[in-house]
Each structure stands twice: as C-alpha cells, then as structure tokens.
Design a protein around this ligand. Sequence first.
Ligand code: HSE
Length: 318
Amino acid sequence: MQIGNDRVRVSVPATSANLGPGFDALGLALNVRDTIEVTALASETTEVTVVGAGAGEVPSDASHLVARAIRVGLEYVGAPAVGLRLTCHNVIPHARGMGSSAAAVVGGLVAARALISDPEALDDQSILELATQMEGHPDNAAPALMGGGTVAWMSRTEDGELQARATRIEVNPQIDPVVLIPDTRLATKAARAALPAEVPHSDAAFNAGRAALLVAALTRHPDLLFDATTDRLHQAYRSAQMPQSALVVERLRVQGLPAVISGAGPTVLVFGTHDARATEDQAIAGIVGGWDEDGRAPSGWQVTRPGVAAAGAWFEAM
Ligand code: HSE
C-alpha cells in the first residue's frame, strides 16, 4: 500500500457511552468535534502540536494517541511507516466521559485511511476492530466512527476470535441531549476498577430490559426515556468516585428528567427534547446554577446542548 495524500484533515465527534443501562454497548455521537491535521513527512520524526484540551498535558512525540493510532492503521494495510506532523485542535474535554480517547483513536485511524492510496482498504469494520483493540471496549469508538446512535457488541468469528461489531440506530429528531460537564476528572481505568466482577441475576435482567427499552425510546418513543435510562450495573458502583455527579443525576431525576452518567463520568447527560427545552433548562439551572452564554455556571459546571452528530469521523485532503 502506498501513501496517496500527504496532507489530510480529520474531524471526529465526542461521544457519550452507556446512556444509562447500555453498559459497554450503547453510544451516541455529539456535535463537539476535534480536528486533526496530518502531514506525512519523508523523515521518521513525529511532531505533535495540541491546541485546546490536553495542551501541555499529552505527549508531543510518537507516543501521542493520535500518532499511535495512525501507525496502527498504516501498519494494518502494509503502508510505509512515514514521519508525521500533527496539529490537534481539541474541543472534547479530557477524562470527563465524553469519548476524548476514542476520538483520538478513531481520528488517527481515519487519518491513516485518508493518507493511503486505497482508503477502502481501511474500511469501517477494520477501523472499529482496531479502535476497540486500542480502547478495550467498542461503545465510544462505534459512534465516533459511524455518527448518530449506535449499539456495539463483541462477536466470535469462525476462528473463535472476538470481534467488535456495531450497528447504527436512528435517534429521534425530538431528542436534544444536554451535557453537564464538571471541573473534575475521572480516568476510565479507575472507574472500571470500581465495578464488581459479578452482579445479581436480578440486576442483569433489569438492565437487559431497560437497554432494550432504551433503543425503543431513543428511536420512536422519547416519552419512555425516563424509565429507559435506569441502570443497576455501573452508576451506583461508581458514585463514590464522582459524588457530585451522582447527586446531580439524582436531583435531575427527582425533577423527572432522564439523566445518566455519560460514559465512565463524571459528565452528566440529560436526554432533553426540543419541545421541552425551556422547562428542562430551568430545572437544570435550579440544580447546578444558571449559566452564561459560554455555558459556564458559577458552580463550575459547564452546560451545553451540542446536538446529536449525524456524521461520524470524516476526512478531506488538504
Ligand atoms: N463503557 C465504558 C465504561 C465507557 O463505562 O467504562 C468508557 O468511556
């Protein structure tokens, strides 16, 4: 495989995973997008400039997650390991449960697709598979790649290998998600360490039913979102790691709003609707305080309605 373009740009959305009962399975793409500009270099060096979220915190060499993902993609199709100059314009906040690492991984893999002479060689299934190997779970990678709402699962191939799969669901246009982002951070690894190895059968059965209901609520019956967003598999186990977020979810739900922890937290996601926006915003302001036009509340929470991202990661030659 040859390099076909030596300057490309990738846009990749934030994502919210779990959505309440759909642990490691359900995901939603949000219209908050990171942009990655990539130049393939003749030398073997890797230079990374980060603007925005993560600037000064993430590595600026070949160990940067986007650079690693590009190399994984190039290696997968047998393309030469070129040098890279990356500029990452990051808007997705880090360690908040909004899929910043999945955006970096999927963004890097889509950049590899954009660089090679036959982009079809790195198709969506290959990217999902490679991204899941890097991430450990497919529920953020799927919507980052495909856009909209997604259901992801692991399936056994004929060779007995575990393979990530995903399908898209069409989110009802009435749904207008609200994200409440706190100042605090939580690493996914730590949040996963808080989960028990086993759960009661009754809790597993409860979540299976609610996750199925959530697909119906997200697509055709938004009026069922409140019941559909209850969870017994992860949120309560993690509440000690994000007590403020747990309290905000509880208070929002007391007000009748379908609130969940976004991914591994600590961001809170509310399934708002366009029609009820005014009353929802009033209830949210009553809990985290009013916010200015940048979405900043005095309590430190940032509140926005980013919209569902219909498009997953896309690329263009520069
Ligand atoms: N399903 C994953 C978790 C999402 O909750 O650990 C992490 O972003």
